[in-house]
Ligand binder design. Structure first.
Ligand SMILES: [Mg+2]
Length: 412
């Protein structure tokens, strides 16, 4: 293993300990001292368990029947993913205080960019990791484990190696020693079959793997193997993905709450969907390249049309025009309709767009600013305070009326 500076690069992996069971323990203090098992949706299997339940031999995906034989006194609770999501959001908001650069990896774990963070807090990595654990414990009541190392893979192995409620710091100089105690199958990404293959070559610990010749690693495990090999040797290859993944689509669809043949009513609903869709795209800085517009008939049969935009866009003007064009093609006089919707697909990020492509996107930028203002007003004064004129023509407004009546907003 090559000699290297201790902290040429630093990343933390923060992982809550038996998260679902810990969330349940937070809201059921009366269960203190009892093992906790969280069950699957149909209450058939154990999907998560506390450490004391694990100590009794209960495993994830064990049937409730078998688990109860091992631990009749444990608490068996149905899952409440909404609640776990709320605790998760609270946890990430605490973590963002320490470093804004966070890759949310799952509901209960993340990677955190630690470069420059010691200077910011005037503390060692160990002190920062301990602070993080204490803040989460004090403010939410659950414990997390923290690993800090040169790369994401090392940080993840580090946090895993000292659970629950532990801090594990691996400076560059100590990587070799640290990896010597890690069996090969504990490297994230190395499954059973890969571990078995490596064992044939006498590669049994993570340290053996890191010391293996690059060419052999490539021969045995290909590109994935090389990535892991670099990461285990303290050379960061996997970047921090701080942005949330792009959605496949953004949709605004609904039944109209009535069946109608009335062109104006349907247009009003479509206008409202369009405004809300564009509002979301602009707020999330996303662009759409295609739009699917559909009308659902009384028989639940749907007719739809896909429109390819010339450029990725989130301009209300352009999206409205496309929706209008589609509506004119789809709408049939005399047909009874019950629902409609607009779905944006082929989503990309605003920042990755070739801005000002021949000046064609100039107008879009103006539209974005307008939309952001509309969003602000609607957030402060209630949804639909500002809405396109056509949406005002709906016969039965779905939302409660706004507190103030602002001038009707026209998208020109
Ligand atoms: Mg966890």
């Amino acid at each position: 293993m090559r000699a290297m500076a201790n902290w040429h690069h630093a990343v933390a992996h923060i992982d809550a300990d038996s998260f679902y069971a810990s969330c349940e323990a937070v809201r059921h203090p009366e269960l203190k001292g009892r093992p906790i098992c969280v069950l699957s949706n149909q209450n058939a299997f154990v999907v998560a368990k506390s450490y004391d339940a694990k100590a009794l031999g209960i495993k994830t995906v064990m049937s409730v029947h078998d688990a109860k034989k091992l631990a009749p006194h444990a608490a068996y609770l149905p899952p409440d993913f909404q609640f776990y999501g709320q605790i998760s959001a609270k946890m990430f908001s605490i973590l963002r205080r320490y470093s804004p650069q966070i890759e949310v990896y799952s509901i209960d774990e993340c990677f955190m960019d630690m470069n420059g963070i010691r200077t910011l807090w005037r503390k060692s990595y160990r002190q920062i990791a301990d602070d993080i654990r204490e803040s989460v414990k004090r403010e939410i009541g659950i414990t997390v484990s923290v690993g800090i190392a040169n790369t994401k893979t090392l940080a993840k192995i580090a946090s895993e190696s000292n659970k629950p409620n532990g801090t594990s710091i691996v400076p560059g100089k100590h990587i070799g020693r640290f990896l010597a105690g890690i069996p090969i199958r504990d490297i994230p990404g190395i499954g059973h079959s890969r571990a078995a293959l490596l064992c044939k070559f006498d590669i049994r610990t993570a340290q053996d793997f890191a010391n293996t010749k690059e060419s052999l690693v490539k021969r045995l495990l290909g590109r994935l193997g090389l990535t892991l090999w670099h990461e285990l040797n303290g050379q960061p290859v996997l970047p921090l993905e701080v942005k949330p993944p792009l959605p496949k689509s953004v949709a605004r669809t609904a039944s109209m709450g009535e069946i109608t043949t009335d062109r104006t009513t349907i247009t009003a609903h479509l206008s409202r969907h369009t405004l809300r869709l564009v509002s979301e795209l602009v707020a999330k800085k996303l662009l759409a390249r295609r739009l699917r517009i559909f009308l659902t008939c009384k028989s639940f049969e749907a007719a739809s049309i896909e429109i390819h935009m010339d450029f990725p866009t989130n301009s209300l003007k352009k999206v409205s025009a496309a929706v209008k064009q589609a509506f004119l093609t789809l709408y049939r006089e005399g047909e009874v309709y019950r629902g409609c919707g607009v779905i944006a697909t082929h989503i990309s990020r605003q920042e990755s767009a070739t801005e000002d492509l021949f000046g064609l996107m100039h107008e879009d930028v103006r539209q974005q600013r307008l939309m952001l203002t509309v969003n602000d007003i609607n957030q402060q004064h209630g949804n639909h305070t500002v809405a396109p004129a056509a949406a005002r023509l709906m016969q039965k407004p779905q939302a409660r009326p706004a507190r103030f009546q602002y001038p009707v907003f026209m998208a020109r």
